[in-house]
Design a protein around this ligand. Sequence first.
Ligand SMILES: [Zn+2]
Length: 82
Amino acid sequence: MMTAIDTRTAIESLRSRLCPACGGSKKPRQTLCYGCYKKLPQGRKDALYDYVGEGYEEAVEAAFKSLGVDKPSWPKAEDIAS
Ligand SMILES: [Zn+2]
């Protein structure tokens, strides 16, 4: 089974302005910046709309695999919008 990223990390990343795939900037509440999102195959894009705890973490992990991201850029505490 695929090891999913942890839920807390996924949510903090979602809230932040840091694209976890490329380390660039993105909009809060979006998983990836537009450039990274655009590179995903349609099925991988759709999976990012799954609920947290119901497939979202796995979808993010799968998106990283599609994009060839080995080491995601997770936000530091100060980057996380409240
Ligand atoms: Zn990006």
